[in-house]
Write a protein that binds this ligand. Structure first.
Ligand code: ZN
Length: 300
């Protein structure tokens, strides 16, 4: 967009201007499969964003109190989550900023050793839209290298920190040869990402703030932000989303944070959700990478 156009109020833009903005990144063909593996009725893709200390560091913060909440994510959050996943034999995806991986390499190795996926979640949970394009590219590539060095596995997917997606993100993701992104909200089913009218081959496994624990539970002592939904109500929202996915034979994706949901009064949400899903009948629990690989080869 030219400076001239940014100065022009949107209601005066020519059609070409708003079309060009919208076409930068679009949902293309649906990758909803005709059936799920093993005759499953629906797929469940659970994810955990191990932001830990980067929630504080990314804005240049040095609060020892808030950093201790990040460390809680490592000491208590992730172990509690892994215990639930192990008890129910469920595999999931962990999106890990490179700085988290460097602070807690043993945690990442344990996550991978227990059969889960680790994928890219930025360097220090930076806000991509505040970065020069060259820095975004460099950080995304460096983050993949760090995760590979720490875990021994090359990540195949990315979730941009705070789902902050710039006009350059998709080109970088494509250049890196990643299989998928999981930061956008254009559907409930997987779809192919289209960039400026061109199919990219990159699969989107869509997220939604509705299916994110942080939205309901976040709190800031020095601002007016407080948790505004009870754990029981959060469970009810997630359960209804799953129930509809089950009825429709679609995909249920969920985002949780170890330092937010890995608490005694909240971890039951994850466990009851898994128990509820299993009680319905045949459900396929899979990592994001597994879901993406499957839908790519089984799109209806
Ligand atoms: Zn995050």
């Amino acid at each position: 967009m030219t400076t001239e156009q940014t100065k022009t109020p949107s209601w005066q833009w020519p059609e070409e201007a708003w079309r060009r903005i919208v076409e930068r990144v679009r949902a293309g063909r649906s990758l909803r499969p005709r059936e799920w593996p093993g005759g499953a009725r629906c797929a469940v893709a659970l994810s955990f964003d191990s932001d830990h200390d980067t929630s504080e560091l990314r804005d240049g913060g040095e609060s020892i109190g808030r950093l201790s909440q990040g460390q809680y994510g490592n000491r208590q959050g992730v172990p509690r989550i892994l215990a639930v996943l192990r008890a129910h034999d469920v595999k999931a995806s962990f999106f890990v900023p490179a700085v988290t991986a460097l602070l807690y390499p043993d945690e990442q190795r344990r996550v991978v050793a227990e059969g889960h996926e680790i994928a890219i979640h930025g360097w220090i949970h930076e806000r991509n839209s505040e970065l020069p394009p060259q820095a975004e590219r460099e950080l995304q590539m460096r983050s993949a290298d760090v995760l590979e060095r720490v875990t021994g596995m090359r990540p195949v997917g990315i979730r941009t920190p705070s789902w902050d997606f710039t006009p350059h993100t998709l080109a970088i993701t494509r250049e890196m040869g990643l299989l998928y992104d999981s930061s956008l909200m254009g559907d409930v089913d997987c779809y192919e990402l289209v960039m400026n009218g061109e199919n990219t081959g990159v699969v989107e496994l869509p997220v939604e703030w509705i299916r994110d624990d942080a939205v309901y539970f976040n709190m800031n002592r020095f601002a007016s932000l407080r948790p505004y939904t009870s754990p029981a109500d959060v469970y009810d929202i997630f359960k209804r989303d799953f129930d509809a996915a089950y009825r429709e034979g679609g995909l249920f994706q969920l985002t949780m944070h170890p330092h937010i949901s890995g608490h005694r009064s909240r971890i039951w949400i994850l466990e009851e959700l898994i128990q509820h899903a299993k009680a319905q009948g045949q459900v396929w629990f899979a990592t994001h990478a597994e879901v993406v690989r499957y839908v790519k080869s089984h799109a209806a």
